[in-house]
Ligand binder design. Structure first.
Ligand SMILES: Cc1cc2nc3c(=O)[nH]c(=O)nc-3n(C[C@H](O)[C@H](O)[C@H](O)COP(=O)(O)O)c2cc1C
Length: 343
């Protein structure tokens, strides 16, 4: 079965990619992912914010007693020698490249223009095959306009694009007023690939303690619907590679994403839930699905259910929604419950 695909200019043996998570940050699990069939790996993000906080803590420690206790400073390594800044992460990139026979894509989350470009350059120099931009940004400032938010993404992309020559992917938010138009603008600004979508942390409330809950829920398969819609709309309309991300748990979600036109399908939650070996289960499920329908290659099916390929493109739009609303039947009350209470 020929599952080969291209993603952000990289030739991949199949469309399954392990997205950024702690699993891709350890050499052992990274090797296990490759053994189980992953075609590429996205390393966890290098967070500029974290590096700067760490450096500030270190500087505080080494300068707080400058006058009163100078000899104490000899206990600390010089800042340049210490494992601060991105050293550890750059080492991960180098080691991952040595350990893995598949493309290794670094991920960056910056907080300043200088940070985005300087770390991007260092990641390229460390040998990353590509770079994913994790613009994790919640526009909580109500004065920020949608144009401001869009411009921020475009500015970051343009700065990084003009700094590195490796392929660059943008991990997109699903919350733009016009996702399609934003995707086109990002490709025009130099994105080789678009990852649909970033999954922003959404807090909940603990009603007993009256606190904001800071737990992390892994994704569920019903979350594929939003990326599925936008991948279907964008497939065949942009020359940027398209990555599906969010909600994969079984081969079923992988197949659906490929049918609407994804070049690759990424997964994190399923791997954290079932272990790195789950990559092999996803791959086997994809092959089985194709085989059962006598498809010999992935190319034969990719995008055959995109919006452009469908005889009824409205199926992805509002017309379908109205039909569904009109066809909805209110369920009958459960037996034994008085009608007045069941409402
Ligand atoms: C524990 C954990 C750590 C993650 N770390 C990162 C990260 O460092 N950078 C990033 O861009 N995304 C990160 N993600 C998000 C995933 O890459 C992915 O976008 C998200 O989980 C949705 O995909 P899924 O439904 O396959 O899990 C993380 C997710 C989890 C659950």
């Amino acid at each position: 079965m020929d599952l080969a695909t291209r993603y952000m200019g990289l030739q991949l043996k199949n469309p399954l990619v392990a997205s950024a998570s702690p699993l891709t940050g350890e050499l052992d699990s990274l090797r296990r992912l490759e053994d189980a069939g992953a075609a590429a790996l996205i390393l966890p993000s290098l967070f500029q914010e974290e590096i700067e906080a760490e450096t500030a803590r270190y500087e505080h420690l080494t300068t707080a007693h400058d006058d009163s206790w100078p000899e104490g400073l000899s206990n600390f390594p010089k800042l340049a020698d210490a494992q601060h800044g991105p050293h550890e992460y750059l080492e991960l990139v180098r080691r991952a490249r040595q350990a893995a026979g598949i493309p290794v894509i670094a991920s960056l989350n910056g907080i300043s223009d200088e940070g985005w470009t300087s770390y991007a350059r260092q990641l390229e120099q460390a040998g990353a095959n590509g770079l994913e931009l994790n613009v994790y940004f919640i526009p909580a400032d109500v004065a920020a306009t949608s144009r401001d938010v869009e411009q921020r993404y475009l500015d970051i992309l343009r700065s990084v694009r003009s700094t590195v020559s490796i392929p660059v992917a943008m991990k997109l938010s699903p919350y733009f007023s016009s996702v399609g138009n934003m995707a086109m603008a990002l490709h025009d600004a130099g994105a080789d690939a678009l990852v649909l979508f970033n999954r922003f942390y959404q807090p909940d409330l603990d009603l007993t303690r009256l606190q904001v809950l800071t737990d992390l829920k892994l994704s569920e398969p019903n979350e594929i619907r939003l990326p599925l819609l936008w991948l279907a709309v964008l497939s065949g309309r942009t020359r940027a590679s398209l990555a599906a991300s969010t909600g994969v748990n079984s081969a079923e979600e992988v197949v659906k994403y490929l049918l609407v036109g994804a070049d690759v399908v990424m997964t994190t939650s399923s791997l954290l839930r079932h272990g790195p070996g789950h990559m092999a289960t996803l791959l086997a499920g994809l092959e089985k699905w194709l085989d059962a329908r006598d498809f010999a290659s992935l190319k034969q099916v990719r995008g055959i259910m995109s919006q452009r390929s469908l005889r009824d493109p409205q199926a992805f739009e509002r017309a379908n929604y109205v039909k569904i609303l009109q066809g909805y039947r209110v369920p009958a009350p459960a037996a034994g419950i008085p009608r007045s209470l069941a409402q």
